[in-house]
Design a protein around this ligand. Structure first.
Ligand code: F6P
Length: 323
């Protein structure tokens, strides 16, 4: 294999740049030419790719986002778009592709693999919902950003005897919300995997107020059945029971935009370097992730179309410790 390409796709995640750097430098070390594809699968379809030098990826390991750009491509979902992408790769003699991204991006990689093109994936999404990696690139940084916000909100909440509903990202997975809630000392956490009634959350706040807690915190996953604004309306309608004055904060993309911490830089570096080596050595159609502390690959057939759930024992523990 003499020429490979790398792209980032889907939602950006802190650590993607460290992964790009590792692909380029490992690829060059192995004697390959490495093409960087602009804007994910859109760029692949439109031939937006250039060979990257060692220096081209200098000074990016500490940057959030992705220097290659990312996009969600509608055209790539069509067979004709995918064929165009393969034509662009073959025009340049590119023989393998590294896909850095989450579920949708790996499904795209699998589609190319099923058309006969060698692809290896690198597990990268703040949602931590990928089968094949206990933790994915970006999760740790996103979690720390959420926690910093929560810690600050608790300070102001305590001054005013308020309760905050804090909504965090995660799409259909409650991982970020659950971990932020546990580490942030939330009174309650609500996630898509477990349906919690607004009345039960209200009762939790009511009890916390009665026990003399100076502030309340409910961490809401964006994919939970009742979102933060809906809960806020419900609680306000029962203000006399809640006690606390109520506020809601939606963290949103703030969580994605941070500079990667040490954990994500190292995880990204190890996953991406391994994926590149394995692609070079002939492996294809698999996602590289970290399982039980080991960097390993899982076949796309076990990864694509499935999502990882949260550890419900931890969810129960959060409830016990919230007292
Ligand atoms: O998959 C990462 C993620 O940040 C999810 O947590 C969120 O639901 C989604 O992307 C937001 O997508 P967009 O950046 O397109 O608004």
């Amino acid at each position: 294999m003499e020429q490979i390409a790398v792209l980032t796709s889907g939602g950006d995640a802190p650590g993607m740049n460290a992964a790009i750097r590792a692909v380029v430098r490992m690829g060059l070390h192995l004697g390959c030419e490495v093409y960087g594809v602009r804007d994910g699968y859109d760029g692949l379809i439109n031939g937006k790719m250039t060979a990257l030098s060692l220096r081209a990826v200098g000074g990016i390991i500490q940057q959030g986002g992705t220097v290659l750009g990312s996009a969600r491509s509608a055209e790539f979902r069509e067979a004709a778009g995918r064929q165009k992408a393969l034509d662009e790769l073959s025009k340049r003699g590119i023989e393998g592709l590294i896909v850095i991204g989450g579920n949708g991006s790996q499904a795209g990689g699998n589609a190319l693999y099923e058309m006969g093109f060698p692809v290896m994936g690198v597990a990268s999404t703040i949602d931590n919902d990928l089968i094949g990696s206990d933790i994915t690139i970006g999760v740790d940084t996103a979690l720390n950003i959420a926690l910093e916000a929560i810690d600050r909100l608790k300070v102001t909440a305590a001054s005013h005897r308020r309760a905050f509903l804090v909504e965090v990202m995660g799409r259909d997975c409650g991982y970020l919300a659950m971990m932020a809630g546990i580490a942030g000392g939330a009174e309650a956490i609500t996630i898509p995997e477990v349906e919690t009634q607004p009345e039960a959350l209200l009762a939790t706040l009511e009890a916390a107020y009665a026990r003399g807690k100076t502030n309340g915190l409910i961490v809401v996953a964006e994919g939970a059945k009742h979102d933060a604004e809906e809960l806020l309306r419900y609680f306000r309608a029962h203000q006399e029971r809640v006690g606390y004055e109520l506020r809601a904060t939606i963290l949103g993309h703030v969580q994605r935009g941070g500079a990667p911490g040490a954990f994500d830089r190292l995880l990204a570096t190890r996953l991406a370097a391994t994926a590149t080596e394995r692609l070079y050595n002939g492996e294809q159609g698999a996602l590289v992730g970290q399982l039980n502390g080991t960097i390993t690959s899982t076949p796309y057939t076990d990864v694509v179309g499935r999502t990882k759930s949260v550890d419900l024992d931890l969810f129960t523990l959060a409830d016990v410790l919230a007292q």
